[in-house]
Design a protein around this ligand. Structure first.
Ligand code: UT7
Length: 322
């Protein structure tokens, strides 16, 4: 038994923040942001919009695309770093908003790799016969943990949600997923405070906002993303030349270009949304997938590689026949 993608959806909050808006907020320029990151604009959630609200809209669209009702779902897995509240988890809140209940509702926290972790988890349930239709979501309100006074980070992030309906299928579908993490890199991309650590560690004044040593993250990202992609292709016996689309985490166009080069995939076979969405963490891969399915680039039967990378450090990939 395999799992296959039956439908996708995405939701972006209405408010758009452009690089020119940011020029008025911090000492930066549209030129710097575009050339160093590829980002031109990002969406920001309204004050009363929570992560589960964004997840709900994306989920409704994915359910519609799959041609099923919320009540047909028998598993929910949500990847997020920015949950509405400590508990109930976002998957439970989403379940309630969808008007359904009873099925497991799992929240996965793996920063920007959250969707790949969620997808890999749901895929296992389906393969083992424990779920037939799973709703898998990546949703974030990163604007809530962004330091809007720091040009080092505030130009990078955005809000949004992407959702996928997975269904059981005798033919693939998802061919393989690979996940990895290395907690030794905990100090190069992190939020210093949380629940049981209420005060920042000694020597740090940072509050509950994203801290990043961008250069170091960049280097590890390029290495790990290239490595995991080659690994998953090798394990499934798939030549690089068979890949139709690369849909990577949208953090920085230069990281994406470096990964594509290593995989020998031309950039016109890489789905790019970083210019419009910025880095939306766990939401970036499912939103990019939805964009490329809805605009007709990704076609049924094509081979697609999804990749994510983020705080932890964590990374993940999924190879699938759409
Ligand atoms: O999604 C999770 C994973 N996250 C990532 O993958 C992010 C990975 N890292 C990156 O994308 C890049 O490292 C950044 C986009 C964050 C930074 O780009 P960079 O080319 O590595 O720049 P840098 O940090 O080396 O900074 C270069 C210069 C510095 O000035 P000096 O020291 O050369 O005078 C910075 O102060 O650019 C300056 N700078 C800025 N200038 C204008 C940093 N941020 C800005 C800014 N506007 N927003």
């Amino acid at each position: 038994m395999y799992s296959r993608i039956a439908g996708t959806g995405r939701y972006l909050p209405e408010k758009v923040l452009t690089n020119f808006d940011l020029e008025r907020m911090v000492d930066t320029s549209d030129e710097w942001i575009r050339t160093r990151t590829g980002i031109e604009r990002r969406h920001i959630a309204a004050e009363d919009q929570t992560t589960s609200d964004l997840a709900l809209e994306a989920s409704r669209r994915a359910l519609e695309a799959a041609g099923i009702e919320a009540s047909d779902i028998d598993l929910i897995v949500v990847g997020t770093t920015t949950p509405d509240q400590l508990f109930p988890n976002v998957a439970c809140l989403l379940q309630d908003k969808l008007g359904i209940g009873g099925m497991p509702a799992i929240a996965v926290e793996a920063a920007c790799s959250g969707f790949l972790y969620a997808l890999s988890t749901a895929d296992k349930f389906v393969r083992l016969g424990e779920a037939r239709r799973a709703l898998v979501v990546g949703a974030e309100t990163l604007s809530r943990i962004t330091d809007w006074k720091s040009r080092d980070t505030c130009v990078l992030f955005g809000d949004g949600a992407g959702a996928v309906v997975l269904e059981a299928s005798e033919t693939p579908g998802i061919l393989a997923t690979r996940l990895g993490a290395d907690g030794h890199f905990k100090d190069i991309l992190y939020v210093p405070t949380g629940v049981s650590r209420r005060k920042p560690p000694p020597g740090e004044t940072a509050d509950q906002t994203i801290q990043m040593r961008g250069n170091e993250v960049f280097k590890v990202a390029v290495k790990k993303l290239g490595g995991i992609a080659e690994d998953i292709l090798e394990r499934t016996g798939t030549p690089k030349s068979e890949l139709d689309w690369l849909i990577p985490h949208q953090a920085n166009i230069r990281i994406i270009q470096a990964t594509a080069k290593r995989l020998e995939i031309p950039m016109d076979r890489v789905v790019l949304t970083v210019q419009d969405h910025g880095n939306t963490s766990a939401a970036s891969v499912p939103m990019a997938l939805d964009v490329a399915i809805r605009d007709g680039r990704v076609q049924r039967g094509q081979m697609v590689l999804l990749e994510g990378f983020g705080g932890g450090l964590t990374w993940g990939a999924a190879l699938l026949r759409y």
